[in-house]
Ligand binder design. Structure first.
Ligand SMILES: [Zn+2]
Length: 298
């Protein structure tokens, strides 16, 4: 049995996946408010699940951040009490076993590459487009963490080939830089730009679902920005499949309009790239955490 744990800002979820990817058990609890309670809470959660299933399992965890190589300390987590803590080492002590951790966007990509919308593809790029913009690379069934643990973190690259207007209106990003892909292409980024251009308030979901001329134009700008960033990615990685997740991935327009635009901005691709919607939806993070232990290891 393999257990996946998705550590969210408000909820922490655990699933037990069988060898066939079927879910044997799923449980959701409130995410503890401080670090010590978290370590204790995860240990209790795993032992209660193991008692219920009558079996011991491998544990993988999806976290909203990444582990620094060398120091093993967590960085870039928006559940801020994790930052600067040796989370994996503390969990290993509490659970008395080896634990694997990965960024939640990497777990999303791994889930979809393992038995989701990109199953069987050799190189997969998973895109999260929701409250933020994240990404993860999976090659031959393995997450590409990278030398600094930030592999796939394309949300904080500058928007490629910006227009004069985009340069002049580039919004600041919480990471300290200006005009990151995330501030243009996340749900809140879309809503903020829509307000700047039209003077009207609307959520990203409302904009994506509307047939109104201003909404359609805003989605067109979003898709063009995504396409420029994806063309850069395709020229470097040339993934077999790009899988989209997060709230904006429900906009069916993306799958019609993005591929030809990425082809246009890319370097002589010879055809549009394969860009698909995720299969496992909100469960991808927790499923991918479990898939950090591929079948051969269980
Ligand atoms: Zn940024």
């Amino acid at each position: 049995m393999r257990f996946g744990i998705d550590l969210g800002g408000t909820k922490t979820e655990i699933v037990a996946l069988g060898a066939d990817g079927g879910i044997a058990l799923r449980r959701r609890v409130a995410t503890p408010r401080d670090y010590d309670s978290l370590i204790r809470g995860v240990a209790e959660l795993v032992s209660s699940v193991e008692a219920e299933l009558g079996t011991r399992g491998k544990v993988g965890m999806a976290i909203p951040g990444s582990e620094s190589f060398g120091s093993h300390l967590i960085k870039n987590a928006n559940t801020v009490y994790l930052n600067g803590k040796p989370l994996r080492l503390d969990l290993e002590t509490a659970l008395a076993r080896t634990v694997r951790l990965a960024n939640d966007a990497n777990c999303f990509a791994l889930s979809e590459a393992s038995d989701g919308a990109a199953a069987g593809a050799a190189t997969v790029f998973g895109v999260i487009a929701g409250t933020g913009v994240g990404g993860g690379v999976v090659i031959d069934g393995k997450v590409l963490g990278g030398a600094h643990g930030i592999g796939g973190e394309w949300g904080h690259i500058p928007l490629p080939a910006p227009s004069i207007e985009e340069i002049q209106t580039a919004p600041p990003c919480y990471c300290g830089k200006l005009g990151c892909l995330e501030v243009w292409c996340s749900g809140p980024g879309l809503a903020a730009e829509f307000k700047r251009v039209t003077g009207r308030e609307a959520t990203a979901e409302q904009i994506a679902a509307s047939d109104g001329a201003e909404e359609v134009a805003a989605m067109g700008r979003l898709i063009d920005r995504f396409a420029r960033a994806m063309a850069t990615l395709v020229n470097i990685l040339d993934p077999d499949v790009i899988v989209m997740g997060g709230g904006l991935s429900n906009a069916e327009r993306l799958y019609r309009d993005l591929p030809p635009l990425v082809e246009k901005y890319g370097f002589n691709l010879g055809g549009p790239p394969r860009i698909v919607k995720n299969l496992h939806g909100d469960s991808s993070g927790v499923r991918g955490a479990a898939w950090l232990w591929p079948e051969a290891d269980v």
